[in-house]
Design a protein around this ligand. Structure first.
Ligand code: HEC
Length: 186
């Protein structure tokens, strides 16, 4: 009898957790759609600050992106992207990183014989090893010996973190976008 009650309790708790997670996901999706719409209003209703945009870039994006003279080249160099991408493409790439990924930047997932799972960009490789750049430490590629690889596959999920700007609000994100659409620092 006691076991039965405990079981019911655990089930109810599990169902509530799943429901809560689903509703958080749904709220995030709505919030991001709204953010996208607000960011695309022309001209921007709130004054943008290129200084603030640059600070945000330094903190959140520079570990992986070059823009003019600043940042690291882990993901695509953003210096000349405006010749290819419109404002909406840039906004979408920031809000939904996995929506479009060029082949060159597909994520590699490696399962090692020791049971480790490593996911990131295969930056380079030689006969013995492959070097994987991870989102956690983009400046320190992980060397994986080929003899230790159990499985290696590509994934359609970007290594660019999802939700990077979710908590910033429309003002700061507008500034970041304006900075990226403006003249790259020299
Ligand atoms: C951990 C590394 C990482 C971080 C941090 C990161 N990105 Fe990315 N980003 C990538 C990778 C890898 C790609 C290519 C795959 C893709 O399109 O998602 C990419 C793609 C992009 C693209 C599309 C570029 C193109 O040429 O199509 C834009 C725009 C972009 N990122 C902007 C940003 C901005 C703005 C930030 C900071 C808020 C940021 N990224 C943070 C790794 C990162």
């Amino acid at each position: 009898m006691k076991d039965g009650r405990a079981f019911v309790f655990v089930c109810v708790a599990a169902i509530c957790t799943v429901a809560a997670l689903i509703s958080i996901r749904a709220q995030q999706a709505v919030a991001r759609d709204q953010l996208q719409q607000q960011l695309l209003v022309e001209p921007p209703p709130i004054p943008v600050s290129l200084d603030e945009g640059r600070k945000l870039f330094d903190k959140l994006c520079a570990p992986c992106h070059k823009f003019g003279a600043i940042g690291n080249e882990v993901g695509p160099d953003l210096t000349t992207m405006t010749s290819r991408l419109k404002k909406k493409d840039v906004v979408d790439a920031i809000l939904w990183p996995s929506k479009t990924i060029s082949d060159q930047f597909e994520t590699t997932i490696i399962q090692t014989k020791g049971g480790d799972l490593i996911s990131g960009l295969a930056q380079r490789e030689n006969a013995q090893a492959v070097f994987i750049v991870t989102a956690q430490a983009p400046d320190k590629p992980i060397r994986v010996l080929k003899s230790q690889i159990a499985e290696r596959k590509k994934s359609a999920v970007s290594m660019m973190p999802d939700g990077l700007v979710d908590t910033l609000g429309v003002g700061p994100v507008s500034s970041l976008v304006a900075f990226l659409l403006g003249r790259p620092p020299r």
